[in-house]
Design a protein around this ligand. Structure first.
Ligand SMILES: NC(=O)C[C@H]([NH3+])C(=O)NS(=O)(=O)OC[C@H]1O[C@@H](n2cnc3c(N)ncnc32)[C@H](O)[C@@H]1O
Ligand SMILES: [Mg+2]
Length: 430
């Protein structure tokens, strides 16, 4: 690795110091016998100036460098309040590593074009900021999970059955058998709790969703937890403590990156336990009072959730959903057999569901009946049903959609911007 410094590490108090930087030409302009190049690297930008009188050779080379050319620049630090970061490099050497005559992404590029050339869009400092925030949120999650005693496990992605309904399974040929891409690691995490009790995984999950909404991907990163001996209320506490730690820690470490996307931090600062909790019944009442034509028993979609989030200035829970709109594995509410012990966490500002969670049915016979009620074949879930035969315990868990959480934190207009290479029904390339 060359002995370079990062743009963000060059400070005004380094006046007179000689430095070497490596990066890409972010902005460029020529004024008289001077070339100004704003150099970009992973830490940020710094202004460099090439004066003909300082180095004829470097000035001539700098004139050739096109936008997004890769370059190595050397020069002397000079404090200059007019420069974007308060300092300027009086450059006397430049090596063009690879010159770019024309970089295809221009200011007026459409979203679809940016997605077509996503591999080049990753040059963008704004995209880099999104990825830094996403990385920091997972760094924070790992910090919290470690200190709270959760074990990371590594479940399979090639599976034999549905967790969240067969309609959104991606099927593939597996030698002489049929396999599917995992919709959720949940069932495998439920097996892992018998040895580890508190487990988590971060895996890609796949949903052959045809819905073209701003919050659906066909491949997304899924942070899932499963806890033995925990009921719904226990796991909701885990969820709010984990999410608040992720948000507060990212605010602490990535404030500048977040400011690139949002100016008002109120809802992020409000993301502290306990989160507000409303029942599904109360949610329906609120929606009906706002004129939404929804009846008890119907599922809330993105539009209904968007309206509901207007009532809150922080993430909040909706719990106690009707059984018939939720998954087979969810435990029936002993106080109301029409309902299940499930809770979603909704993000404010219109973003809606970021977490789906529930207490699981831990009784063998009841689970078989739920599978049959859903029109599925218990034989397809033989191993999963075994978990209710050999020391079954009350247990609960949830799945957090990482891109959805990042989309809310950064107020992105589509969840696709929160993933390196988005996968949607119409996008499989690059
Ligand atoms: N371990 C568990 O209990 C997880 C459970 N089996 C599950 O998959 N629940 S979920 O379908 O609501 O998905 C969980 C979350 O996963 C996210 N999710 C779910 N589907 C998507 C799509 N298509 N795109 C992006 N994000 C998605 C969203 O935030 C959901 O709240
Ligand atoms: Mg859900």
């Amino acid at each position: 690795m060359i002995d370079k410094v990062y743009c963000a590490d060059v400070r005004p108090d380094m006046e007179g110091k000689r430095v070497k930087l490596a990066g890409w030409v972010y902005r460029k302009r020529e004024v008289g016998k001077k070339v100004f190049i704003v150099l970009r690297d992973s830490s940020g930008i710094v202004q460099t100036i090439f004066k003909k009188e300082l180095s004829d050779e470097a000035y001539a080379e700098a004139k050739k460098a096109g936008i997004e050319s890769s370059v190595i620049v050397e020069g002397t630090v000079k404090a200059d309040p007019r420069a974007p970061t308060g300092i300027e490099i009086q450059a006397d050497r430049i090596q063009i590593v690879q010159n770019v005559d024309f970089f295809p992404i221009t200011k007026d590029a459409s979203d679809e074009f940016l997605l077509d050339v996503r591999h080049l869009h990753l040059h963008s400092p704004k995209v880099a900021s999104i990825m830094k925030v996403k990385a920091t949120m997972m760094q924070a999650a790992r910090e919290w999970l470690l200190q709270d005693g959760w074990y990371e496990v590594f479940p399979p992605i090639l599976v034999t059955g549905a967790v969240e309904g067969g309609a959104t399974l991606f099927k593939l040929k597996y030698f002489d058998k049929t396999a599917y891409l995992s919709q959720s690691a949940q069932l495998y995490l439920e097996a892992a709790i018998f040895g580890l009790e508190k487990v988590w995984s971060l895996t890609p999950s796949f949903r052959a969703e045809k819905s073209r909404t701003r919050r659906h991907l066909t491949e997304f990163w899924h942070l899932e937890l499963e806890g033995a001996w925990m009921d719904l209320w226990d796991i909701m506490k885990v969820e709010e403590e984990l999410v608040s730690y992720m948000v507060q820690r990212t605010l602490e470490l990535r404030k500048g990156d977040i400011e690139t996307f949002r100016k008002d931090f109120t809802t992020l600062k409000n993301t502290v336990p306990p989160f507000p909790r409303i029942s599904y019944d109360e949610a329906i009442d609120i929606l009906q009072s706002k004129g939404v034509g929804i009846e008890w028993g119907e599922d809330m979609g993105a539009d209904e959730e968007r309206i509901l989030t207007q009532e809150f200035e922080a993430p909040f829970f909706v719990y106690g959903y009707p059984k018939h709109i939720k998954a087979f594995y969810m435990k029936e509410d002993p106080e109301d057999p029409r309902k299940v012990l499930a809770a979603d966490m909704l993000a404010p500002e219109g973003y809606g569901e970021v977490i789906g969670g529930s207490q699981r049915e831990d009784d063998y016979d009841k689970l078989v009946q739920r599978i049959l009620d859903e029109g599925m074949d218990p034989k397809d879930y033989e191993w999963y049903l075994d978990l209710r035969k050999y020391g079954s315990v009350p247990h609960s868990g949830f799945g957090l959609g990482l891109e959805r959480l990042v989309a809310w934190v950064l107020k992105l207009d589509h969840v696709r911007w929160a993933t390196l290479f988005p996968r949607t029904p119409s996008r499989l390339y690059p």
